[in-house]
Design a protein around this ligand. Structure first.
Ligand SMILES: [Zn+2]
Length: 119
């Protein structure tokens, strides 16, 4: 599976993950796509909130059919927790975890997809 994403969106996600890490937090956002390309990150209503449970995250999901999945960062390796897997199974089709140190090659895609960066 190819996950197509705008270069500037990917850069914004990686930067947000780095900033969150510096503040001892995980970054979390929803992914919005147009014509199968991820074009925007939609932040949860309260960006200070650090969601850990799947049900809490679903409460924050905007009611918007262009939202196709989620992205969040981990302070260590990008391996999904049990809560992550429950969340991924309940909503969306594209889920990404960004592991430390938050470079393009630190992006993990649920289901084993590959990033395709679109200019
Ligand atoms: Zn996680």
């Amino acid at each position: 599976m190819k996950v197509r994403i705008k270069e500037q969106v990917l850069e914004a996600i990686l930067e947000a993950a780095r900033i969150a890490y510096g503040n001892n937090r995980e970054f979390m956002g929803f992914l919005r796509a147009e014509n199968d390309v991820i074009t925007e990150i939609v932040l949860p209503p309260n960006p200070q909130f650090n969601p850990t449970s799947a049900s809490t995250r679903l409460d924050m999901k905007p009611l918007d059919p262009s939202i196709i999945g989620s992205v969040h960062s981990h302070p260590g390796i990008a391996r999904p927790s049990q809560a992550d897997l429950v969340f991924f199974s309940k909503f969306g089709r594209v889920h990404m975890i960004i592991g430390y140190p938050f470079r393009v090659q630190d992006v993990w895609i649920f289901g084993g997809g590959e990033l395709e960066i679109v200019k």
